[in-house]
Design a protein around this ligand. Structure first.
Ligand SMILES: [Zn+2]
Length: 270
C-alpha cells in the first residue's frame, strides 16, 4: 500500500539506494572473505595457522597451568604436598599486605608472548581465554569476593596504550563470575618507572605510595572483599602497594589474581 502511494520517482531512488547498499555489503563481505582466506589466523606464540584465535594446541600444551599443591597464601607451587595450611618460606619470612595470591600459569616463554601481545599489540582477542583461565585458577578467591579492581596504569601510559590490559582481563572475569569490576576505584597518583631491570627493594620503593583509592569510590571498597587483577606478578611489589592502598580505604580483605606469575624454581615448603 505504502509503495503504491509513494510518488514513482521516490520509489525508484529508494530501490536504487537499497540496491547500492546490497552491492556494497556483498563487496565488503567478499573482500573480507578473500582476506580471511589469504590471511589465516596465526598462533600468537609460534605463528603457525590456527583454528579460531589465540594459541595453537601445541603452544597450549606448553603453558604451565598452576595447580595444587601450592602455598595457600602466595600460590607458589610446591613440589610435593605438605598437607593443608603449610605456608611457603616466603610467606612466613615476608608476608604481603594482601591475603592470598593465585595465578593461572607460570610466566614462561608462551605466557610472556601472550602477555606482551595483549599489552603492547592490541590483541584484545586474547583476553577472553586468559580471563577464563584466571577465573578457574582464582575460584576460591572469587567465590567470596564483592568487587574486582584492576591494577591501574598512570593516565599518561593509558593514553599512549589506549586501554588497560588488567581492566580487559577483569571484564572477562566479571562476565564469568558476576563479581562486578570497579575499574576506576584505584588510581596511580604518580607515574612510576617500568619495574623491569629493578632489584626487589628498588621495585618496592618505585611503587610505594603510587596508588590511592579515589575519594568518590571509597564506598565501593570500604568493608568489601576485593580481588585485585593484574597480568603478571613478578616480585609482588606492585600488587602489594595496591593492596596497602585498598586496606587504607578500609577494604575488608584484598586477594590478588594474575594471569601469570614468576616462579624461580620448585619451592619446597618449610
Ligand atoms: Zn603455537
Amino acid at each position: 500500500m505504502d509503495a503504491e502511494a509513494s510518488p514513482p520517482s521516490r520509489s525508484i531512488s529508494t530501490h536504487l539506494r537499497s540496491a547500492l547498499r546490497t552491492c556494497r555489503w556483498a563487496w565488503s563481505h567478499a573482500a573480507k572473505l578473500a582476506l580471511d582466506i589469504a590471511l589465516p589466523t596465526l598462533c600468537v606464540s609460534c605463528r603457525e595457522p590456527v583454528d579460531g584465535e589465540g594459541v595453537c594446541s601445541g603452544c597450549w600444551a606448553k603453558l604451565s597451568f598452576i595447580a595444587p599443591p601450592y602455598c595457600p597464601r602466595l600460590g607458589i607451587p610446591f613440589v610435593y604436598d605438605p598437607g593443608p595450611d603449610m605456608l611457603s618460606m616466603e610467606a612466613i619470612a615476608n608476608p604481603p599486605a594482601y591475603a592470598r595470591a593465585r595465578a593461572a600459569v607460570r610466566y614462561d616463554d608462551v605466557a610472556r608472548t601472550l602477555v606482551h601481545a595483549l599489552k603492547y599489540q592490541d590483541r584484545t582477542d586474547l583476553a577472553p581465554a586468559m580471563g577464563r583461565w584466571m577465573a578457574r585458577a582464582g575460584h576460591e578467591l572469587l567465590d567470596g569476593a564483592d568487587v574486582l579492581v584492576p591494577v591501574p596504569l598512570h593516565w599518561r601510559r593509558a593514553w599512549s596504550r589506549r586501554y588497560n590490559q588488567s581492566g580487559a582481563l577483569a571484564r572477562i572475569i566479571e562476565r564469568q563470575t558476576g563479581v562486578t569490576v570497579a575499574s576506576d576505584a584505584l588510581r596511580r597518583i604518580r607515574p612510576t618507572q617500568q619495574q623491569i631491570g629493578l632489584s626487589k627493594p628498588q621495585r618496592a620503593s618505585n611503587v610505594q605510595g603510587a596508588f590511592k583509592v579515589s575519594t568518590l569510590r571509597q564506598s565501593q571498597i570500604a568493608g568489601r572483599r576485593v580481588v585485585l587483577i593484574d597480568d603478571v606478578l613478578t616480585s609482588g611489589a606492585t600488587v602489594d602497594a595496591c593492596a596497602r592502598a585498598l586496606l587504607r580505604a578500609k577494604a575488608a580483605q584484598v586477594d590478588v589474581l594474575v594471569f601469570a606469575r614468576v616462579v624461580d624454581s620448585h619451592k619446597t615448603p618449610i
